[in-house]
Ligand binder design. Structure first.
Ligand SMILES: Cc1cc2nc3c(=O)[nH]c(=O)nc-3n(C[C@H](O)[C@H](O)[C@H](O)COP(=O)(O)O)c2cc1C
Length: 481
């Protein structure tokens, strides 16, 4: 899809029945987030929608959540593809990244607030886990930069509002945002940082991609959009920011300063703890006219966070396995939508070259990612179909021979309740690789020959039996019968 604004994307999902608008004024302290929780907890993937709140008490701006990540359908709409084309779109975008283009005039800077005009409470930043979160949180893409290379990074890091002009940001010590900001703060200098609220859907999708350090996600976003994403120089800091964002919050991380962050409702389904994290001072808020504040819903999965991270990183691992690591017999990848993106369960489909190949690829994937479980099946299994997966586990998996436990390889989130602690700190955990590919030729499937099945289908229609929409697993099996 060519680069489109958040506003045209809202029109697209509205037309597709993937959006609900709320006209009456809402209380940002609980109403938007609680309704979003009902969307994710109360509805299956194919019935969910994004929410656009036209009026938020105490703010002149509209508020939206779940626009991209309510469901597989809305995620696909953000890419301009059908749901079954998501992985291929990611692979193509990562193979042909397009660097951003610099512009000098930007919609995101139609209004520029600096000094005493900077008031975070003017923005409809919600409380995401009412009754439990310590404060309102910004849950949006964050831009940082390496001072030495000049290369920027985009990742989503939740950010707690402290007061009108200060925030504490959950920069994970192992993450790329931390690595970048330390290139400034280790030298005693403030590190530039910007939060991107809304804007090009491609940019928002790319923010959730786990790409190698030194790769600017904005290039992957250009690859997704098929054209460069326009970036403009920020007003008060030395960073380039997406020109079409609805809001940009500009700030500086203060060297040597940290404050307790949390509690906040976490992606794994529990409340996260409190830990010291870097503090930033907000130097400017810039925004479009009539701006829409779009925050990602996280907390109890499935959530917008898990759906976006899972669908994005399935495409990323497929590209990495096939093109960066030469495992071209891998045909498909899927990460379950119900846990923290690249931390949960991945299934890959492949055509193993030899008896140990599938196990090797499974171990490779488990080792190079934060995934806890990797299941490998043959490419004649529909990896998105739990019924077909269960059949493969029964028909092609011998626990004694086909299970690999990687002891001490896992570093799970502290809110994973299987985590043991040593001296109050999470102990290294384990991962599993399940190789559910065929180990021997088991002969033909126990279905009539394909010619009979085809004739049977014609007979079905002739008899006027109820309409049939055969699942992929049936088609795969019949094709081999
Ligand atoms: C809504 C949301 C909130 C997130 N919060 C955090 C966070 O606070 N800290 C973190 O390290 N990752 C968080 N993530 C995951 C990262 O955005 C993701 O792993 C990303 O790839 C990190 O970028 P990086 O690899 O460039 O550091 C969040 C993701 C989403 C969608």
């Amino acid at each position: 899809m060519a680069n489109i604004s958040l506003r045209s994307f809202i029109d697209i999902i509205d037309q597709q029945g993937l959006l609900q608008r709320v006209q009456r004024s809402v209380d940002r302290a609980w109403e938007p987030a609680t309704l979003a929780k009902w969307v994710f907890q109360g509805l299956p993937d194919d019935k969910r929608f994004g929410l656009l709140f036209e009026k938020v008490a105490g703010s002149k701006f509209r508020f939206a959540t779940g626009l991209i990540g309510a469901s597989t359908a809305s995620y696909a709409a953000a890419m301009g593809v059908k749901p079954n084309e998501i992985n291929q779109k990611w692979v193509d975008a990562l193979l042909k990244p397009i660097p951003p283009v610099t512009v000098t005039k930007a919609p995101c800077q139609e209004n520029v607030l600096v000094g005493a005009e900077v008031k975070l409470s003017d923005l409809p930043i919600p409380t995401w886990t009412p009754g439990k979160d310590v404060a309102p949180y910004i849950t949006n893409p964050v831009i940082t930069k390496n001072a030495d290379t000049g290369i920027q990074n985009v990742g989503v890091y939740r950010t707690q509002v402290l007061d009108e002009q200060r925030i504490v940001i959950n920069l994970n010590p192992a993450g790329q945002g931390t690595r970048n900001s330390r290139t400034y703060t280790d030298k005693g200098k403030p590190a530039p940082i910007a939060w991107v609220i809304g804007g090009d859907p491609a940019m928002l999708l790319a923010a959730t991609a786990k790409l190698p350090y030194g790769v600017n996600e904005a290039e992957a976003a250009g690859g997704l959009a098929g054209e460069p994403i326009p970036f403009v120089k920020a007003k008060t800091i030395d960073l380039m920011v997406p020109a079409n964002a609805e809001f940009i919050i500009e700030g500086e991380i203060e060297p040597g300063v940290s404050l307790p962050e949390g509690p906040f409702g976490e992606f794994a389904g529990y409340m996260g703890g409190v830990a010291p994290r870097p503090v930033a001072r907000i130097t400017a808020i810039t925004h479009r006219n009539e701006a829409i504040y779009y925050g990602f819903t996280s907390q109890m999965p499935p959530s917008e966070s898990t759906i976006m991270q899972s669908l994005t990183n399935a495409g990323v691992i497929l590209k990495q396995l096939r093109y960066d690591l030469g495992e071209y017999t891998v045909t498909d990848a899927w990460i379950d939508l119900n846990y923290g993106g690249a931390m949960g369960h991945a299934i890959i489909a492949m055509d193993p070259r030899d008896a140990a190949h599938s196990k090797r690829v499974g171990v490779l994937l488990a080792t190079m990612t934060s995934l806890k479980r990797v299941t490998v099946v043959d490419s004649d299994v529909d990896i998105r179909d739990p019924e077909h997966m269960d059949w493969a586990l029964n028909a092609r998996f011998d626990p004694g021979n086909d299970l690999v436990v990687l002891h001490g390889e896992g570093q799970f989130a502290h809110m994973d309740s299987s985590v043991r602690t040593v001296n109050g700190r999470p102990a290294p955990a384990s991962k599993i690789v399940i190789d559910a590919t065929k180990k021997m030729d088991t002969g033909p499937f126990s279905l009539p020959d394909k010619a009979y099945m085809d004739k049977g289908l014609a007979l079905w229609k002739e008899l006027g039996l109820p309409e049939l929409d055969p699942p992929k697993r049936a088609l795969y099996r019949i094709a081999q019968s």
